[in-house]
Structures are given as C-alpha cells and as structure tokens.
Design a protein around this ligand. Structure first.
Ligand code: TTP
Ligand code: MG
Ligand code: MG
Length: 351
C-alpha cells in the first residue's frame, strides 16, 4: 500500500516584472526586455530581465548603461510596482484559496505544502499549480518540489524557466551532492569563496567540515544552517500568511553609509511585503560589541509605501544614534501591526 507524504512546492514566477510587462505589451515578446530601477534617465540598475536579454548577457543588478552595451536592442522599462503587486495578489489569492498551507515568500514566490503518494502524484500537483497560476494571471512560473523548503527552492532554481521538477526525499542527498556550493540558498558566491579558501570546492568537501568549524567561520546561526543544508536538512516550517505577525530584514553595515543601507533594507523589505500594509516600523541596531538597541514607532495610518519605510527608519536611526553613537555592525528593519487584506485564507474563500 502506498502512503502519502508531506511535500513542499516552491512556486516562483519566471522573470516576473519583465514578464508582467510582456503580458500587457505583447509586441515585446521575443525582444530583450528589462525592467529597471531608474535613478535618473538612462541611469539605474536592472531589476528583472527576460530570458532573451539574459542570453545576451544582461544580469539583475547590472547598471542600465552596461546592460545596453551587452544588448543594444534592449527595451528598458521603469518599475510599475502597483501593477506587479496586483498581478501578484491575484496569483497568491488563487494559491492560498486552493492549498491549505501557503506561505507567500516574496512578490513572486510562494511555498505550498501538500500530501502526495509518490513522484507521479507530486508532479501532477506541480502541474496543477502551474496551470492555476497561468489561468488566473497569464504568467508562467517554475515549480520545484522537495521534502523541505531548501530542496524545493533548489529544485526550482535548477529548472527555470517554465519548469517543473520533483526531488523525492530519497533523492535529496544525491541531489545536493551534485549541486554547486553556490546553488545552495544562503551560501551564495561570497560564502562559496570563503569555503574555497578553507579548501572546499564541492559539497562533499564542505561536508568534511565540522559544525564547530562552520560556526567559527560564519557565526552560529549561519554555521548551523550551512551544516544542515549540506545534508539536505532544513527545518523551517511553512509560515502561513495569517500566522505572520511581522516581517524583518537585516544586513551588515561593513563600509557602507548607514542611510544607504537603510534605503536598501527598505527596498528589499518592501518587495517582501508585496502589498501587505503595516502600522508599526522598528529598527534594530547591533553594535560591534554585539549589544543591541531597538526602537519602534506606531504610525497614525496604515502604510504600504517604500517612502514611509525609508523616512521612518532613517528617523529612528537618527534618534538612537543621537544618544548612542557607537560603531554599528548590523542594522535590521521590522514592520508589524500588519493588515493582510491581500491574501484570503481557504476559509475566507469558501465562506
Ligand atoms: P526573482 O524571482 O529573483 O527574479 P525574476 O522573477 O525576475 O527571474 P527568475 O525567472 O529567475 O525568477 O525576483 C522577482 C522580482 O523581484 C523580479 O522580477 C524583480 C524583483 N527584484 C528586484 O527588483 N531586485 C532584485 O535584486 C531581485 C533579485 C529581484
Ligand atoms: Mg522569479
Ligand atoms: Mg523570486
């Protein structure tokens, strides 16, 4: 008798912002297209590029001027967040309505938990998710399936765009072993480089490092995450939208200007929220000696804008630093008192 097992699907829209643009301007299909975060005319960075542009060497984060040199036919369009958010909400609403446990992880990705009898069943559900997204929005996505968030995400990344892949639990260890170190979420190229300095070029090499070695190199939290990830272990649970009380984002200051870092953190937190409103903004400052100060403010209104996020966070930072001017190591921003009107739960939908 076959028994069903809990699996997780990661659904990630293909070249999301650029694909949203193609959807409303069909004449763009087949051309290299990039959505850009402009700071001035012809100045700014690439936020999303379609696969035609990527083949020509256009990359996310690249300056617009450099991207135009890579692909002189490149069509560049400004970010229209309201439009992308409305398409995102439509997709997330449909997923949340159909599957019991869904975590909206960013503007263009969500985790969904489901039970499946085996690979065939898992792939059938994955295909159903892809159809659902396409039907409600016209957008293609890639679905990766695995026993936890980590494997699901890696399966998805490995089969982009418009792909579907299930890595069954018994295949996880082999799958991770064949992956490049920097394909493991949170390892990335910088961490892979540091592992390289420690003599680790492959997952197999890195598995020879002890937990203690990883912790002393990367800090406790990251060390544990890497140790587990190398073994396909990831215990992060699905956090349904409803259960979510706050969102936060941290980064290390390094040599950056703290206000620039606050602007960057605001931008990534804003993307993460994808339309969820908030009434409280907080800042967390971690000093070089690892002591922490936090300060939060309740707004008079429900906010959703990036400008509010930036301005309030900058102000909170100034207020803390006016009384405590010590050297800052890390900064975190947190929004809470959320109003999640965007995504309906299963019970809302059927009521
Ligand atoms: P991603 O899912 O990382 O990228 P993507 O959807 O453009 O492409 P892929 O097919 O590889 O999934 O990010 C989703 C959207 O978030 C992206 O369309 C634009 C935005 N974004 C930024 O604005 N800046 C960034 O650095 C990244 C990574 C994404
Ligand atoms: Mg995407
Ligand atoms: Mg994404």
């Amino acid at each position: 008798m076959s028994h069903s097992r809990k699996l997780i699907a990661l659904v990630d829209m293909d070249y999301f912002f650029a694909q949203c643009e193609e959807l409303r301007k069909p004449e763009l299909k087949g051309k290299p297209v990039a959505v850009c975060m402009f700071t001035a005319p012809e100045r700014g960075a690439i936020s999303s590029a379609n696969y035609v542009a990527r083949k020509l060497g256009v990359k996310v984060g690249m300056p617009v001027s450099m991207a135009k040199k890579q692909a002189n036919e490149l069509v560049t369009l400004p970010v229209d967040m309201q439009y992308y958010s409305s398409l995102s909400s439509r997709i997330m609403n449909a997923l949340t309505a159909k599957y019991k446990k869904v975590e909206v992880a960013s503007i263009d990705e969500a985790y969904a938990e489901f039970d499946a009898q085996g690979r065939e069943d898992a792939l059938r559900i994955g295909a159903e998710i892809k159809d659902l997204v396409l039907n409600v929005s016209g957008i293609t996505c890639t679905v990766g399936i695995g026993q936890n968030k980590l494997i699901a995400k890696m399966a998805c990344d490995s089969i982009k765009p418009n792909g579907l892949r299930a890595v069954m639990p018994e295949e996880s260890a082999g799958f991770i072993e064949k992956s490049n170190l920097n394909a493991i979420p949170y390892i990335g190229s910088k961490t892979a480089e540091r592992l390289g300095i420690l003599g680790c070029k492959t997952v197999d090499d890195a598995k020879k490092l002890t937990l203690e070695q990883l912790e002393s190199e990367f800090g406790r939290k990251k060390g544990i995450f890497i140790y587990n990830a190398l073994r396909g272990v990831d215990e992060r649970a699905i956090q349904t939208n409803r259960a979510r009380k706050e969102y936060e984002k941290f980064a290390t200051l390094g040599h950056k200007d703290p206000f620039n870092l606050i602007d960057e953190l605001s931008a990534s937190l804003f993307l993460r929220l994808s339309g969820i409103k908030f009434q409280e903004i907080g800042i967390i400052i971690i000093y070089e000696d690892m002591t922490v100060r936090t300060k939060a403010r309740t707004l008079k209104f429900l906010a959703s804008g990036i400008d509010t996020l930036k301005a309030e966070s900058r102000q909170l930072f100034r207020e803390i630093q006016a009384i405590d001017g010590r050297k800052v190591r890390r900064i975190g921003l947190r929004v809470s008192k959320l109003k999640q009107t965007n995504y309906l739960s299963l019970s809302d939908y059927t009521a």
